[in-house]
Design a protein around this ligand. Structure first.
Ligand code: ADP
Ligand code: MG
Length: 292
């Protein structure tokens, strides 16, 4: 039978928007010594807005915006929403594209006017042997400001740069500082690039950042740390976090995130407020003290 103090703890959490799905998660919370935390949508609001849109010499800004809009209307990614909103605000009409494909953790592609169009992170264009040197300096400058930078390639030419920025949640800084004071090692995991991720992490007093990760990498990092004997919590919001959330000793999903993340996790923070992790730990501590 579930001890009464556990039931009470779970009930108290629910009242404060901290949904603890099972007794085991409540038990494990006080034991965690490592917190892996996704950047986009977890440390940050997950509602990026477009900051820059610049095109190569001789290219039409209106045409490339229409093309970006067409590609990103078909994507669910937060950066896609930022680009579509920007295009809508400028009354852009989507271009006629075909053969849309989403390249997980990298970007999107389609065919337009007999050409292959790519829109995604600089690594994606590099992989496809597109020369991005004309944009390289601007890419680094914006990444150092914490922007996520995307490039558009049409066939073998880099034609546009788009950058988005995402606000850090008001609750993140204090919650992270307190978790660190409790002796928890906090590591940022992200599919975004290292320069952008480090710029964001630095604002939160964090320096351990693992960047350029695919969903399988996040999962593997959880397993590796567990194999070292660490008790690992993972906090995230995306489909790409789901395998890692399920594998962690305590998976913590944001209520603002995807359904898949919430199903995979053991704890859901209804409002996505990271202070909920502290709350959950204190409930865990109280419940376990009463049992001991
Ligand atoms: P995160 O961990 O930041 O949520 P993802 O693994 O989902 O990141 O994506 C990694 C990177 O791939 C993004 O930061 C972005 O640069 C690029 N990317 C992903 N989806 C898209 C898209 N629909 N359009 C353009 N770029 C994208
Ligand atoms: Mg995310």
């Amino acid at each position: 039978a579930t001890p009464i103090s556990v039931t009470v703890g779970i009930g108290r959490g629910a009242r404060d928007g901290v949904l603890i799905k099972d007794a085991e998660a409540l038990e494990s919370l006080e034991k965690i010594n490592t917190l892996l935390i996704d950047k986009t949508g977890t440390l940050t609001e997950g509602k990026p807005t477009l900051q820059n849109f610049s095109v190569a010499a001789g290219e039409s800004e209106a045409n490339l915006l229409a093309l970006s809009m067409a590609l990103e209307q078909r994507s669910e990614h937060p950066v896609a929403h930022a680009i579509v909103s920007y295009a809508e605000a400028r009354d852009s009409k989507p271009a006629e594209i075909s053969d849309f494909t989403s390249i997980t953790g990298k970007g999107v592609s389609a065919r337009f006017d007999g050409k292959t169009v790519l829109l995604g992170n600089p690594a994606l264009l590099n992989e496809r042997a597109i020369d991005i040197s004309d944009f390289a300096q601007q890419v680094t400058d914006l990444q150092m400001l914490g922007h996520t930078v995307m490039l558009m390639g049409v066939d073998q030419k880099a034609v546009a740069l788009l950058s988005v920025a995402d606000k850090i949640k008001a609750s993140s800084k204090e919650a992270i500082a307190q978790l660190q004071q409790q002796g928890i090692q906090v590591i940022v995991l992200t599919g975004d690039n290292a320069i952008t991720a480090q710029a964001v992490a630095k604002q939160l007093g964090l320096d351990d950042v693992r960047a350029d990760l695919l969903p399988a990498d996040k999962f593997r990092i959880v397993q590796e740390l567990q194999a070292q004997g660490r008790v690992v919590a993972m906090a995230g919001d995306g489909i790409n976090d789901a395998p890692a959330l399920a594998q962690a000793d305590v998976g913590i999903a944001m209520g603002s995130g995807t359904d898949v993340a919430m199903h995979s996790a053991h704890v859901v923070l209804v409002k996505g407020d990271l202070g909920g992790i502290l709350k959950a730990r204190s409930l865990s501590h109280q419940a376990m003290k009463n049992i001991r």
